[in-house]
Design a protein around this ligand. Structure first.
Ligand SMILES: Nc1ncnc2c1ncn2[C@@H]1O[C@H](COP(=O)(O)OP(=O)(O)O)[C@@H](O)[C@H]1O
Ligand SMILES: [Mg+2]
Length: 304
């Protein structure tokens, strides 16, 4: 294939987050994809201390970092300061999307449907934890504001599990949230260069798409075309509205739940979605009649 892609691309992977190992796998697959169409792509492994050195002559940075540092605007700001174009969205938009409290506020303000939530802040030393909501509000999903891959998240069925869930959150982050649990089906939709990819249903036995389900081969099935066309169109509109609200139109993947009444709720927008061989986004490429390498090329060409 002939392309007018940049000559020298650094694929940033690793980093300090709880998703470091996943990022190393994403980065390896991105390298394989970029090289398959002739791009001189080089790995740039970011240290656990966030240190990294771009290979000599790097023209573009392809960000394959997940979680803190890679998805929260930090690496984007450093690349901007060095004058290096990078894949994905701008630093401020990434920071907002990555923070589940800030992004929920933004989505609410733009009328995008999200689960009801209360926001939680770590108490000062010696102060008690915030009390649980009334029993009728449970089950709740309690999660830290700034993590990914379901790290630190708990499904809390009744008030007896509240304190432990909060302690887990506050060990990772000073901010968190407790959301109404949406029973029903789970979907995700990729966004590349302003386009919504096909709606993917994540079919699983479990109640949530937890860390084990995310990275165990065969734990979930990815299915396409499981919604009637009217619902598929409705989901895509919600996803594009969410991307517009958060200003993350270049690259993302929006996670949603559908309750049994057919209402959809946006859980989050991932601004650097996983790109391992088992990940959702490469499958979305295939469902859209493209290869994962085609998608990497589109992501690369949209770098700025
Ligand atoms: N309010 C909710 N209702 C039902 N399931 C939820 C809810 N929030 C999260 N989950 C489950 O937990 C998973 C991870 O939550 P998510 O908000 O996407 O955070 P992350 O993927 O960044 O860890 C979701 O894919 C979903 O299965
Ligand atoms: Mg998610």
């Amino acid at each position: 294939m002939t392309v007018s892609a940049p000559e020298r691309v650094a694929v940033l992977m690793g980093g300090p987050s709880t998703e470091r190992d996943i990022s190393l796998m994403s980065g390896d697959y991105v390298l394989e994809c970029l090289r398959s169409f002739g791009t001189a792509a080089h790995p740039c492994v970011v240290g656990k201390d966030c240190a990294f050195e771009l290979p000599e002559g790097t023209e573009v940075a392809y960000i394959a970092l997940h979680g803190i540092f890679g998805e929260d605007g930090q690496v984007q700001r450093l690349l901007e300061a060095r004058g290096i174009p990078y894949t994905g969205d701008r630093a401020d938009a990434c920071a907002r999307a990555f923070d589940k409290v800030a992004s929920k506020r933004c989505l609410l303000a733009h009328g995008v449907p999200v689960p009801a939530a209360v926001f939680l802040s770590r108490p000062a030393a010696g102060e008690p934890l915030p009390p649980p909501p009334p029993a009728a509000a449970f089950p709740l999903v309690v999660k830290p504001a700034r993590q990914g891959s379901s790290v630190g998240m708990s499904l809390v069925k009744d008030p007896s599990g509240w304190d432990k869930a909060l302690e887990t959150v506050f060990a990772l982050d000073a901010e968190g949230l407790a959301e109404t649990y949406i029973p029903g089906r789970e979907f995700t939709v990729g966004i590349v260069a302003g386009e919504a990819l096909p709606v993917l249903e994540i079919c699983m036995e479990r109640e949530t798409f937890d860390f084990g389900a995310k990275y165990t081969a065969g734990a979930v099935t990815h299915r396409f075309g499981t919604l009637p066309p009217e619902e598929e169109a409705r989901v895509k509109k919600i996803v594009l509205d969410a991307a517009a609200a958060l200003d993350c139109r270049a690259l993302g993947r929006v996670d949603l739940r559908r309750n049994d009444a057919g209402e959809f709720f946006v859980l989050e927008l991932n601004n650097t979605p996983g790109f391992t061989k088992l990940s959702l986004l490469p499958d979305e490429a295939r469902a859209a009649g493209r290869t994962p390498a085609d998608l990497c090329r589109e992501i690369l060409l949209a770098a700025h």
